[in-house]
Every structure is written in structure tokens, then in C-alpha cells.
Write a protein that binds this ligand. Sequence first.
Ligand code: PMP
Length: 290
Amino acid sequence: MSELTVWVDGQFTTMNHAKASLMSHGLHYGTGVFEGIRCYETDKGPAIFRLQDHLDRFAAGTDALGMTVDVQSLGKAALELIRRNKQAAAYVRPLSFFELGGLGLDTAPLTPRSLVATIPWSNHLGNAAEVGLKMKTVSVRRTPADAVPPLKLCGNYVNSILAKREAYQEGFDEALFIDHDGYVVEATGENVFLVHDSKIVAVDHADALKGITRQTIIDLYDVEVRPVHLDELLSADEVFLTGTSAEVTWVSALDGVVYTHNPVTRCVAERYADVVHGRATDCHEWLTWT
Ligand code: PMP
């Protein structure tokens, strides 16, 4: 990994040589933006899935933090890195963060630095897609959208990490955020769907990240998009999570309720795999070949 080529502020270098200061504003306060993007192996070579959508969300993050970043150049760098690293598939991680200029909370004097890395990856939830995830509703609340916008802002991931710690400490695989009224928000790095009487419902909540995988499932299927209360999730036929890393992952249990069957989730997961690997020719507009 240390010998992988990465792109830093417009230059190609190796992971080993890429350096940042320990006094980075982003390290102290989490003032950074990142994306998680996948490049998949296809018959026609490696292709990045929904690159522009990820770049648009990244740009919303840099705008929120008042960072001036040429976001399109990060996309071009990602495509070039896949070629230079001779990767058939990769996880693409762009990051912009404030580095030097002081430790004050006024970010105006600070200049951002940017990195793009393309690293080997598999689903961060392990073999959960096959065996199912055991989830728990946690006591930690999701940061409300009117406190921190639901974007991929580095510091806000402490919220997900606290939730995940609570779930892990009690022997679960993943945490479910609900709001103070019992409505489902999302998981720590995934959006939530339910299936009832073969109908697919995408959880809608203002505090949740607008997931690109979630949008893909909404685009592919006749999906109801609406708020969902925890009670409804607990009485659903199937529950699944979506995310760039998680793809489509079946939830086998939530708070002691066991979901025994997952036929719809399996179909959705297979179709999603066909789409990202370029086997669904009607969805090629979502792929950018390197
Ligand atoms: N929610 C959160 C908090 C996330 O970090 C992610 C991963 N990016 C998602 C949902 C899923 O989003 P996407 O499908 O765009 O990866």
C-alpha cells in the first residue's frame, strides 16, 4: 500500500511520500470533506460508478466548509490513478482538508490540501451480504441536519463511530440511528430500506446522508420513499442497507427481531452487482471507464 501512487495537490507521488502536518486544522477539528467511491472490474476494463454524483456531493461539502477546491480535477486524478496503479478495481478516496494557517475557528486564512487515493477494498461489513447483519438501535442520536449538514464532512463521522462502538460493545454488527420520535434515520455508513408485501420502501429522513447507492435503487425499482418509524421496520418482511462500500447488505436481525427470508433483497443485490460491473448495458451511463 505504501508504494501505491496517490495524487496530492495536483502531483502524483507515492503513499509513502505523501505528508501532512501534525498541526493540520483538519486533524484538530475535522475540517475536511471526503468521498467513498468504487471502481469496479467490468468486461471493458475498470470503471468508476456514478463518479459525477460523488463529485457533486463532495463539492457540496467543500462549499459548506468554504473551501476552494477544483473538484473535477479530483475525478480526473482518480481515473489516472487507477491506470497508473494498474488496478482492476479499487476504492477511491478523495479528501480535501484544511492544513496550515492557524488553529483558529475562522477558516478564512486557511488553505485546503487535497488527496486522492485508490486502494484495494472489499465490503467493510465482511461477509454480511451472505449471512446478514445483526443490528441494534443505539441510544446515540444522528447529528441533526440543522446542526451539521448531512454531507461527508470528516468531523461528523465521530457521530457514526460512537454509534458503532455502542453496537459493537453489545455484540452487534451495526448500529441503527433513530430520532427522538422513533423514526429511522440511517445506519453508521449506510441508508436503510424495508420490504413489505414485496414492496420496497426507502427510508426518508432529513438527517440522513443522501446516499448514491440508495438513489440507484430508487432509480432501478418502483420504490416508495417516505419516513419510516422503527415499529414499521421491526414488522417488515425484509430490511436491507445500501452504501458504496456495503453495496446491498441484508439485515438478518434488529433488536431481537429476526428476519428469516430475504428473497427481494437477494434480487436487488444481484441487480446492483450487475449494474456496477457493467453487465446491465442499460445502466452504462453510470459508469466512467478509466
Ligand atoms: N450514510 C452515511 C452516514 C454514509 O457515510 C454513507 C456512505 N457514504 C451512506 C449513508 C451511503 O451513501 P452512499 O450510497 O453514497 O455510499
